[in-house]
Ligand binder design. Structure first.
Ligand code: MSP
Length: 479
């Protein structure tokens, strides 16, 4: 039986078109999924769209569309983007899927029946952008720092999820790394937060939001959008909450096969929800927590958050048009450590594209393939062994380092060609020429294999070019 590997991305809000930040998480998840497949694991890679809630209800209204039609359109744009970026997901979950809705309703009933939720009143400041209540100390000058808006004061009757009785258990699981929050500083941040106060119970329903999943025991209320959304990680692998009461799913289904998730990728803005509400739901349901919650940084442009008003936003479609899918994947993941904020500008990306892809890799491939016309050996894709160093970099989510190491080999080989001048050797020393080519061919197969998770098309093209001795321009220079 192959080892299993379950990886998730957040599900994206469909209040607006997909952007570069969404692409960043999804590309990283795709790279990890492909890497695990290369290691022979059975992989389930889940992504999708988060389609309920006030924010989307309002946006649909503004656009004069009914919400379902509105979310269908935007969810379709996400699917199209993932196709354009060569994302190989196993399932694309939508929270408006009838199966998801039915499962969420069953969970809510279960939580009600087992006493985890109760009817009460919630008073707080609600940020529609975040779809979250905010505490005073999370605000800056009375505003939500992520959305630069003043949250709405709200007091309403709703159902609340008990947090006190899971708090110690949660802290212990984080401390023991049974629920491993990475990188380290986010683990510390969450532990400090959880230990500093008694957690407030969480509102899990809304009275005045129509665009949501009705509570089965109180149809006046709809499920709070985060409860609905977080459950996607279970429903997306076919979890049935009723069956799961007895045995956590019938044998042979994807839930019993793949849960707990091996890696859940999230951005730092949604860490707190994923480290409190999410494990709380699971603990109340008696379900194991995910193994690793990895928090990545944000993409900034010129040191600032990208925004339409600042005019520094980079359109993902424009990147794909300029750099292709593989170029885009490379440029985003090589821009810096995945756990930290990265800064990109179009100018710098064009420079890097020309230097690393057009000149560095593209040049190496075309020179070696051209030279191989005079190389007499039969060549084929050699056995590739993923060495321990590569595995170690992936386990630390250091995609940038893995790419850097691969590009050291690219640079070394370009230099080796310049020094050994194989185009001269071929005229007067076939033996020496063959030796130079042995190394170059071997290295290029290694490079192609190492690029498989990152740049799947390019990797295939390089291998094919080496086998057929025919080259095409991989990355045309951009002026
Ligand atoms: N719908 C919720 C997630 C629910 S998961 C159960 C949500 N959606 S989102 O569309 O607003 O954001 C999804 C992800 O995109 C988050 O992880 C967020 O961090 C990420 N990004 C949004 N903007 C980003 C950047 N500028 N840079 C990198 N990632 C960012 O939150």
């Amino acid at each position: 039986m192959p080892e299993k590997f379950y990886i998730t991305t957040p599900i994206y809000y469909v209040n607006a078109k997909p952007h570069i930040g969404h692409a960043y998480t999804t590309i990283a998840a795709d790279v990890l999924a492909r890497f695990q497949k290369l290691q022979g694991k059975e992989v389930f890679f889940l992504t999708g769209t988060d389609e309920h809630g006030l924010k989307i209800q309002k946006k649909a209204q503004e656009n004069g569309k009914n919400p379902q039609q509105f979310v269908d359109e935007i969810s379709g744009e996400f699917k199209k983007l993932w196709k354009d970026l060569n994302i190989e997901y196993s399932n694309f979950i939508r929270t408006t899927d009838p199966k998801h809705i039915a499962a969420v309703q069953k969970v809510l009933q279960t939580l009600k029946d087992n006493g985890s939720i109760y009817l009460g009143t919630y008073f707080g400041m609600y940020c529609v952008g975040c779809e979250q209540f905010k505490s005073e100390n999370e605000l800056v000058d009375g505003k939500c720092p992520d959305h630069n808006t003043v949250p709405e004061k709200m007091e309403e009757e709703c159902y609340l999820l008990k947090m006190a009785d899971i708090q110690d258990d949660l802290i212990e699981k984080i401390e023991k790394n049974e629920f491993w929050i990475a990188p380290e500083r986010y683990r510390n941040e969450m532990l400090a937060f959880l230990k500093s106060q008694k957690l407030n119970d969480i509102s899990i329903s809304r009275k005045n939001v129509q665009w949501g999943i009705p509570l089965p025991f109180d149809p006046e209320q709809t499920a709070y959008v985060w409860i609905d959304a977080l459950l996607n990680y279970l429903t997306g692998i076919g979890w049935d909450p009723v069956k799961s009461e007895a045995d956590h799913g019938a044998s042979g289904d994807n839930f019993s096969k793949f849960w707990p998730a091996n890696v859940q990728l999230i951005g730092k803005d949604i860490l707190r929800v994923h480290a409190t509400i999410w494990p709380a739901i699971l603990l109340h349901l008696g379900i194991e927590l995910p193994k690793v919650l990895f928090t990545h940084g944000h993409i900034l442009s010129d040191g600032k958050k990208m925004s339409k008003t600042l005019g520094n936003a980079i359109a993902i479609e424009e990147m794909i048009e300029k750099f292709g899918a593989d170029g885009t994947r490379y440029l985003l993941l090589s821009a810096g450590p995945f756990g930290q904020d990265i800064d990109v500008t179009m100018e710098r990306m064009i420079e890097n594209y020309n230097a690393d892809l057009a000149n560095g890799l593209g040049n190496l491939v075309s020179r070696v393939v051209k030279l191989s016309e005079n190389y007499e050996k039969n060549i084929s894709n050699r056995e590739f062994k993923i060495d321990g160093n590569i595995i170690e970099r992936f386990s630390r989510f250091r995609f940038d380092q893995e790419l850097k190491m691969t590009w050291l080999l690219v640079a070394e080989d370009n230099k080796y060609i310049a020094e050994t001048k194989p185009w001269e050797l071929v005229k007067n020393n076939q033996k020496a020429f063959n030796e130079v080519m042995d190394k170059l061919m071997r290295d290029l197969f290694v490079i192609a294999n190492r690029l498989m998770p990152f740049m799947p098309d390019t990797s295939e093209k390089i291998k094919k070019a080496l086998e057929t001795k025919q080259t095409e321009i991989l990355f045309p220079r951009i002026k």
